[in-house]
Design a protein around this ligand. Structure first.
Ligand SMILES: C=C(O[C@@H]1C=C(C(=O)O)C=C[C@H]1O)C(=O)O
Length: 127
């Protein structure tokens, strides 16, 4: 079994061909963008974690359909202007938010079970 499953489908002569330097340059930028996306997502999850704690303490439900609708409408317009498929933008947003809701439900359950203190820990976005 090859280390990379994609190699299995690639003919040997294609694998031996040198990679054009432009592709290597593009891949370096793709890697930079992927790193930035991971950092941005990590910061976003820190913010949503805090919202989840505040909601649990305040007795608010994890999901907020009004906010969902506003976010989807706004992001689809942003995607349209940026040349990104708006349906993809909506699905990507939904993928992230479904994970956020899962976190919020867990935080609320822990809070209800008394496994979390009533007081909120200080927000530290750089921890
Ligand atoms: C973070 C919140 O909770 C949920 C998650 C959202 C998000 O990840 O952006 C948006 C709305 C809510 O469904 C919020 O209400 O702001």
């Amino acid at each position: 079994m090859p280390e990379n499953p994609a190699d299995a489908a690639r003919p040997a002569e294609a694998a031996a061909r040198p990679m054009p330097s432009e592709i290597l340059g593009l891949r370096a930028s793709i890697d930079n963008i992927d790193s930035a996306l991971v950092h941005l997502l990590a910061e976003r999850f820190k913010m949503t974690q805090r919202v989840g704690e505040l909601k649990a303490v305040g007795g608010l439900p994890p999901a907020d359909p009004t906010r969902d609708r506003q976010q989807i409408d706004r992001l689809k317009a942003v995607a349209q202007g940026a040349g990104l498929d708006p349906e993809f933008a909506e699905q990507f947003r939904n993928f992230i938010v479904s994970e956020v809701i899962r976190h919020h439900e867990r935080i609320a359950a822990e809070h209800a079970a008394g496994r979390r203190k009533g007081e909120l820990p200080p927000l530290d976005t750089y921890s």
